[in-house]
Design a protein around this ligand. Structure first.
Ligand code: GDP
Length: 327
């Protein structure tokens, strides 16, 4: 039975990846930080069968312990402080976890493997935020990185450190440059889930308005369940590599509002939407659209859920959850 260790198990991607690996017969270990972390209960409820191990990306010795306990064949580093807007407020903490945490886990894997670096395959969750002020449209593995937030800068460090461990030590280390990926499990601070929750609330008469930031930014949004499959496929290759994972379609926040309100059978959303500068960012990533040709050609990966299916799935899920709660 193959064994996998996932950092960031309590997040959207950790849960989907754990489900996928369990369905493939893996023994799955999920690393959780902190004492009495309330999200342990979420993991136990959503993906029963995952073994919880303690560890923190800022603490190298705790990572060694987690590796010695789980004895993994594959390590997926999904743990990070991942909300872009927050990364300006806590830039140093974001750097410690999202940047230096990658070095810590790579170094822990290297030490754990000893003389046999083929023992563990490593996945690093890199991000389309690294493209930032995009230098090319669409963005591919070759596009120059120009991050526009402390989060983006931290992810660039992790990306290059992963490549460096591959090149320096011959480690099977892969970096997935994943464009935005969403689902009903997305945190409510991200724009897709903020919108799906608000649309459901407005439809059910529980709230009057939604207050938004920049409506002109464009993102390439896919379904998280599809994207974790790309992660797994990367680690089944004979060698590590870097892959863009994206749908190749871009939509504005306005398009998102259109689709979400329409999914709740509300045609004119303007009366329900206000804007507040507090949701604008000090620097914006204007246009993300990914070229996932390499993932398609080498990994045989393609997305299965369209943008409108994704938005409808999220609105329907929130409508159901909110209706159940008020019933
Ligand atoms: P990100 O791409 O990782 O930053 O994902 P988000 O879902 O947080 O933001 C996506 C885009 O939506 C960014 O360009 C934001 O500026 C824009 N946006 C507009 N209004 C909002 C809002 O109210 N909340 C969030 N989170 N983003 C917003």
């Amino acid at each position: 039975m193959p064994r996998a260790l996932i950092t960031g198990i309590t997040g959207q991607d950790g849960l989907y990846l754990a489900e996928l690996l369990l369905s493939k017969g893996y023994d799955v270990f999920g690393m959780v930080r902190g004492q009495n972390n309330p999200k342990i209960e979420l993991v136990e409820r959503t993906v029963p069968g995952v073994h919880i191990v303690a560890g923190d990306l800022t603490d190298l010795s705790s990572l060694m312990r987690a590796l010695n306990t789980s004895r993994p064949d594959e390590v997926y580093n999904l743990g990070a402080i991942s909300f872009v807007a927050y990364s300006w407020e806590q830039a140093a903490l974001t750097s410690d976890v999202t940047a230096k945490g990658v070095l810590n886990i790579l170094e822990a894997v290297r030490l754990y493997c000893g003389d046999d670096l083929s023992k563990v395959k490593f996945y690093q969750a890199s991000s389309s935020e690294m493209f930032g002020k995009v230098q090319q449209v669409p963005q591919s593995e070759e596009t120059l990185l120009w991050p526009r937030s402390p989060y983006g800068v931290a992810k660039v460090y992790g990306h290059y450190m992963t490549i460096n461990y591959r090149e320096s030590y011959g480690m099977h280390a892969s970096s997935g440059l994943l464009f935005n990926h969403e689902s009903p499990r997305r945190g409510p601070e991200f724009v897709t889930r903020k919108v799906s929750l608000a649309v459901a609330g407005i439809k059910l008469g529980l709230q009057g308005k939604i207050v938004m930031g920049n409506l002109d930014a464009r993102r390439d949004w896919g379904f998280a369940g599809d994207y974790v499959d790309a992660m797994w496929r990367m680690l089944q290759q004979p060698e590590g590599g870097d892959y863009v994972v994206a749908t190749g379609e871009t939509h504005s926040i306005r398009d998102l509002l259109d689709h979400a309100f329409r999914a709740a059978e509300i045609e004119d959303w303007e009366p329900y939407v206000d804007q507040d500068p507090k949701f604008f960012r000090p620097a914006e990533v204007d246009l993300l659209i990914g070229d996932a040709s390499r993932a398609r050609d080498v990994l045989g990966w393609t997305p299965t859920v369209t943008f409108s299916e994704l938005v409808a799935m999220m609105v329907e899920s929130d409508l159901k959850a909110l209706s159940d709660r008020i019933a």
